[in-house]
Design a protein around this ligand. Structure first.
Ligand SMILES: [Zn+2]
Length: 298
């Protein structure tokens, strides 16, 4: 069973600029965020990103630059032993009326389908009201961080008090991975959190290039319709990371066993939920979702 944490990108992993990040140099990680992702990986969590990138639709961000930015992100993550399993981005603007732009939950459904898992036990960490709304429109549990727009979001929008709030991604991960009293015995045979920090292997970065390319190929199928999510699975980086990890720690293996049964289940629950959400209902219920590739069974 895959354990998945979904992250918003800007304001959670990297500094929010209050506008789209349009160059590689503008992508500046928030202190501790990359290490936090690595610690999640170390404890068997898969990590996905859902990010609104309206800069593409607005014509101020080239698709190729977005891939370069993500390539840089993979490289920096690789240096601390972290990886991202899937990146879903919405290239549309507010006025496109697509099903993927947050607060719509389309990208979450897309990731669910990509990984073949139900969203029922998934947590999404975000900093904006749209992040919280996207999570709540699906079965995903929201968590808000005070980085990026987080403080302002909490201040401005009353009614979010029930959502768990943390100073930043690192403190959320600290809390998540802190041994619970009841589970202490169970955890005794698992690697300690601190091992993630000790891991400083730097495998060649050439493979990150490939993962960037896989995003490009997915995006080419965007002609038929405007409301679709583009998802890329960072497979090469995943394989690479698990290889490098297995040489360092014997017991921690990334959760990569996708059971067919859970896949079937998630598809079903996804369709049910989609029916309730106005934007993506018609697409998801016919089992095709937005992107034909995403639904192809392997
Ligand atoms: Zn969209």
């Amino acid at each position: 069973m895959i354990k998945l944490i979904v992250l918003s990108r800007d304001g959670v992993i990297n500094e929010d600029l209050g506008r789209p990040v349009t160059t590689v140099d503008e992508w500046v990680p928030i202190a501790g965020s990359l290490e936090a992702i690595a610690r999640l990986n170390q404890e068997g969590w898969s990590v996905a990103i859902v990010t609104n990138q309206s800069g593409i639709g607005l014509g101020i961000l080239e698709l190729s630059t977005l891939h370069d930015i993500h390539k840089r992100m993979y490289e920096l993550l690789n240096e601390v032993g972290g990886k991202i399993d899937v990146v879903a981005f919405c290239p549309h603007t507010d006025t496109d009326g697509c099903a993927c732009r947050k607060p719509a939950p389309g990208m979450l459904y897309s990731i669910s389908e990509r990984l073949g898992i139900s969203l029922n036990n998934v947590t999404m960490v975000g900093d904006s009201l749209h992040d919280m709304q996207a999570a709540m429109a699906s079965a995903v549990s929201p968590v808000i961080v005070r980085t990026g727009k987080g403080l302002k979001t909490l201040d401005k929008h009353k009614g979010l008090e029930h959502i768990p709030a943390f100073d930043d991604l690192a403190s959320y991960v600290d809390d998540l991975l802190a041994p619970k009293v009841d589970e202490e015995a169970d955890k005794a045979d698992k690697p300690k959190v601190s091992q993630a920090k000790a891991q400083s292997a730097k495998p060649q970065s050439s493979k990150s290039v490939q993962s960037g390319k896989s995003e490009v190929s997915k995006s080419q199928s965007s002609k038929q319709q405007s409301n679709k999510t583009q998802t890329s699975k960072n497979q090469s980086s995943k394989a690479q990371s698990s290889k490098s990890q297995s040489s360092k720690t014997q017991s921690s293996k990334p959760a990569s066993d996708k059971s067919p049964s859970s896949k079937a289940l998630s598809t079903k629950s996804q369709a049910t939920k989609s029916a309730a959400s106005k934007t993506s209902a018609s697409k998801a219920t016919d089992g095709k979702e937005s992107n034909g590739k995403a639904s192809s069974s392997k």
